[in-house]
Design a binder for this molecule. Structure first.
Ligand SMILES: C[S@@+](CC[C@H](N)C(=O)[O-])C[C@H]1O[C@@H](n2cnc3c(N)ncnc32)[C@H](O)[C@@H]1O
Length: 213
């Protein structure tokens, strides 16, 4: 879905002290930015931020960074940081392809990928946020034995992602083709998830551990 261009988005985000347009300068120094040594969880493709904002409200001892390439969505996420008075969230409008410019080796303790674009055409699959070229980068910034949490409505994307994770040396901790809400009381429903659940689409959920010998 293409969002209408929000001309106010970039100027407004530039005024927000929790948003970084020059996040490269914080590479390896995110703990200093947060002012503590709490674990840092990263959401990639955060959209309007429902997931990270709710997570940050529930877990004040975790630091969260949400990134999205689309400023027209991220503007709403970043507003919520201020509205909710959250000090444990930062945001960056970036392309996940360049993630290694922003985070140092083993700087991140968990990654969330929620309802990334499925890119079903063969020639576009490499754009998937779970595609091996992305996973290889995530492996560098993740601490050993930390995890990637992945949710999607798309069966083909989920099945093929299971292979991507395996091929990249992750071990699968959870593989659920029909994530029932009552079985996951801690689950935070994202914006896209709400839409798909309304349509009675089965939500697929996986947890993959960055396995190190
Ligand atoms: C379908 S939306 C899902 C939004 C949200 N995670 C949710 O579950 O409601 C996918 C998001 O991923 C973002 N995205 C796609 N490719 C990206 C990339 N290469 N880097 C960063 N964000 C990306 C899009 O801009 C979009 O906001």
């Amino acid at each position: 879905m293409r969002l209408r261009k929000k001309h106010f988005a970039i100027p407004e985000m530039r005024e927000n002290p929790y948003v970084f347009f020059d996040g490269q300068k914080n590479k390896g120094k995110w703990s200093e930015v947060f002012g503590n040594d709490n674990p840092i969880y990263l959401e990639i493709g955060a959209g309007k931020g429902t997931f990270t904002i709710e997570s940050a409200k529930r877990n004040k001892d975790i630091n969260y960074i949400m990134v999205d390439i689309e400023t027209n969505a991220l503007i709403y996420a970043t507003r919520k940081i201020l509205d909710e008075d959250l000090t444990n969230v930062r945001a960056m409008p970036i392309n996940a392809e360049n993630i290694l410019d922003y985070f140092d080796k083993e700087e991140i303790s968990r990654i969330y990928i929620n309802f990334c674009n499925p890119w079903p055409k063969l020639k576009h699959k490499k754009r998937r946020l779970t595609y091996p070229r992305f996973l290889e980068k995530y492996k560098i910034i993740l601490r050993p034995k930390s995890q990637i949490y992945f949710k999607t409505d798309d069966l083909e994307l989920f099945e093929e992602s299971l292979d991507y994770f395996k091929d990249c040396g992750f071990s699968t901790l959870v593989e659920d083709f029909d994530m029932k809400l009552d079985e996951y009381p801690q689950n935070i429903v994202t914006e896209y998830e709400r839409k798909f659940r309304k349509l009675n689409q089965k939500i697929k959920f996986g947890v993959f551990e960055h396995y190190v010998n």
